[in-house]
Design a protein around this ligand. Structure first.
Ligand code: AMP
Length: 286
């Protein structure tokens, strides 16, 4: 497995693969790998000849009060894990090489997709994401890229951007990978103290509860939201950022739950660790 740090060198490598007729599957990440990341890498390996993983904690997608410097990092462990699933290249650039002269250009996807859910509490986040993914697509030149459905709004934003800007990259969504008890895997789970870990389960439990309520015929989104909020707040230290029933394609809130409805959740634990989760809630799509 190769480690490439320079964007120019990365592009040269990709051009060589294209000339040799080999396809590239790409998985953008911020590192500190868990099974969720590895599942995306395996999927990319099934769909393309070579897998490139980028490992870049992108400063422009973090707000001033967010966890950029605290974000967990372990490059050696990540290297071994990526190697174990057959990754060909880890592209791990320095921020100075990604943004050498200060960024003066940004990619902003329309408010319809970025103005709600995580976009409300993280202003500028999706512009940071769309910009860095655009740059990574131009540098790595993949045939396809795999993104997790855990970041379901991000996936919608990337799909839209890829179409709008004619990147010609096939975007593949991968289902959420969970711990045995249902907690969605996340690099940020390492911030959780044992008691907080129990409260973190409130997100998955709320999803399960919503599915039960919908199966019982309760489809009114406002009423469901009230019940779910009460349930989540019964876990110590939880504060709800959002509980939102949205259409899977438009991300707009719905009044009545149907088979295209996704329940999207963001919860802060002890004011410190912000976790997200989502899933369909109608048994017709489960
Ligand atoms: P991150 O390193 O957190 O930026 O995530 C890199 C990629 O892995 C993104 O496409 C995420 O959506 C995806 N991902 C993170 N956690 C999970 C998970 N539990 N299941 C599936 N995909 C995930």
């Amino acid at each position: 497995m190769k480690i490439i740090r320079s964007p120019q060198e990365m592009t040269v490598w990709s051009q060589e693969q294209a000339l040799a007729g080999r396809t590239i599957g790409f998985v953008p990440t911020m590192g500190f790998f868990h099974e969720g990341h590895l599942a995306l890498m395996r999927r990319a390996g099934e769909l393309a000849d070579q897998v490139v993983v980028s490992l870049f904690v992108n400063p422009t997608q973090f707000g001033p009060q967010e966890d950029l410097t605290a974000y967990p990092r372990d490059f050696e462990r990540d290297q071994a894990l990526a190697d174990s699933v057959g990754v060909e290249v880890i592209f791990a650039p320095e921020a100075e090489d990604m943004y050498p002269y200060g960024a003066k250009t940004a990619v902003t996807v329309g408010e319809e997709l970025t103005g709600q859910l995580c976009g409300t509490s993280r202003p500028g986040h999706f512009t940071g994401v769309a910009t860095v993914v655009s740059k990574l697509f131009n540098i790595v030149r993949p045939d396809l890229a795999v993104f997790g459905e855990k970041d379901f709004q991000q996936l919608a934003v990337i799909r839209q951007m890829t179409t709008d800007l004619n990147f010609g990259v096939k975007i593949i969504g991968h289902p959420v990978i969970r711990e045995k008890d249902g907690l969605a895997m996340s690099s940020r789970n390492t911030y959780l103290q044992p008691k907080e870990r129990e409260s973190a389960l409130s997100l998955f439990r709320a999803l399960a509860m919503a599915r039960t309520l919908v199966a019982e015929g309760k489809r009114d989104a406002a009423q469901l939201t009230v019940e779910l909020e009460r349930f989540i707040l019964s876990f110590p230290g939880t504060a709800v950022d959002y509980i939102s029933f949205v259409d899977q394609f438009t991300l707009q809130p719905v009044a009545e739950v149907n088979k295209d409805t996704v329940l999207a959740l963001a919860v802060k634990i002890n004011g410190r660790v912000r976790l997200i989760d989502n899933g369909f809630v109608d048994e017709k799509t489960l």
